[in-house]
Design a protein around this ligand. Structure first.
Ligand code: UT7
Length: 334
């Protein structure tokens, strides 16, 4: 069988952030922490929190509408919607189906994808295959989270780190030589227990016991995840570059997962690139898991930091353990 694959690129980006800001100072009143500790250990200053009536699908829908508008593509022309999330509205149906309905994307298939904070890169890689093969012309890829719903607000080790938000991109055919040039995806389920929500699934269904023992909240071994992240963020970016026939010297702009400024700094060192070539917004939004890369990509693009022909590297790591990187030759003009 011969495959004539099309080049696939990002035609438009969008994002949605809840209005409510939760500062480090606010957290000082909630748990035994300090603004100084959070800033120096993570780089985070504040994060956004969705109001109790706003589920993940609403943030996803708003980010998607903006991406569609910027790409000048109608919802009816979308062939597939993928929502990467660890905080779906419900166990099922898929949040992507709720978004499909509200957008009026009547021709779209829809599914959710769960790969922790790497979810957006996994969804981008998956969606791109459908465009490359010619099965669909346009695919909507969304990373959306309301992590505030699964964070234990009494646990200072985790509650200071996360925030809510959504980012989206529209994928479509681009001229040859542009778009996604290389990829790296990986997993290590041996580290599954380093970052998890243990209850609510088939292993530990919801019960009085699981609620009493706070097993529906996110748990994390921060030190181990940190060590993994520092190692993998550079490795994965380099593998993706190599799959595109490129080297670290070719990077024009890096969009890393926004978890911790120290992890991002380690990537800079490893990839030998300067701070001006890296987008950081974790100070304003904290770690928004699967939403972090598309939000950062949208902001960097709208701020004019990413230009046509630039080699842009997206890289993320997260629960699973999972990791992923994508190398893109930017094709869209502002
Ligand atoms: O998207 C992927 C998900 N997660 C991540 O990427 C997170 C990766 N890990 C990290 O970013 C870091 O490991 C953390 C920010 C979570 C922790 O930073 P750390 O420098 O590794 O601190 P630590 O865990 O070694 O804790 C140092 C101390 C401990 O006190 P003792 O045992 O030394 O007395 C903690 O109890 O800091 C304490 N601590 C805090 N103190 C004030 C932990 N959290 C807090 C807090 N405020 N919020």
């Amino acid at each position: 069988m011969s495959l004539n694959l099309r080049s696939v690129g990002i035609l438009g980006t969008g994002m949605c952030l809840p209005e409510k800001v939760l500062t480090n100072m606010d957290l000082e009143k909630m748990v035994d922490t300090s603004d100084e500790w959070i800033r120096t250990r993570t780089g985070i200053v504040e994060r956004r929190i969705a109001d109790p009536h706003t589920p993940t699908s609403v943030l996803a829908e708003k980010a998607a509408r903006m991406a569609l508008e910027n790409a000048r593509i109608k919802a009816q022309n979308i062939g597939l919607i993928i929502v990467a999330t660890v905080t779906p509205d419900m166990v099922f149906p898929a949040t992507a189906c709720l978004v499909q309905d509200r957008l009026g994307a009547t021709s779209a298939a829809a599914f959710d994808l769960e790969a922790g904070c790497s979810g957006f890169i996994y969804a981008l890689a998956s969606g791109a295959q459908f465009v490359a093969s010619g099965i669909y012309d346009y695919v909507l890829v969304i990373g959306a989270e309301t992590l505030s719903r699964i964070v234990n607000w009494e646990d200072r080790n985790t509650c200071v780190l996360f925030g809510d938000g959504a980012g989206a991109v529209v994928l479509g055919p681009v001229p040859e030589g542009y778009g996604i040039l290389g990829m790296d995806l990986g997993s290590d389920g041996g580290g599954a227990d380093l970052l998890d929500v243990p209850a609510g699934g088939s292993l530990n269904p919801a019960s009085e016991y699981t609620v009493k023992n706070k097993l529906h909240f996110l748990r994390m071994n921060g030190n181990e995840v940190f060590k993994f992240a520092v190692r993998i963020i550079g490795d994965s970016a380099l593998r993706a570059l190599s799959s595109a026939g490129l080297e670290k010297e070719n990077i024009d702009f890096l969009i890393p997962h926004q978890a911790n400024i120290r992890i991002i700094q380690s990537a800079l060192k490893r990839l030998k690139i300067s701070e001006e070539k890296v987008y950081v917004n974790l100070d304003r939004y904290g770690n928004t898991s699967a939403a972090s890369v598309p939000i950062a990509l949208h902001e960097a693009y709208r701020e004019g930091l990413i230009k046509k022909d630039n080699i842009v590297v997206l890289v993320a790591f997260g629960a699973g353990l999972t990791w992923g990187a994508a190398v893109i030759r930017w094709s869209a003009d502002i």
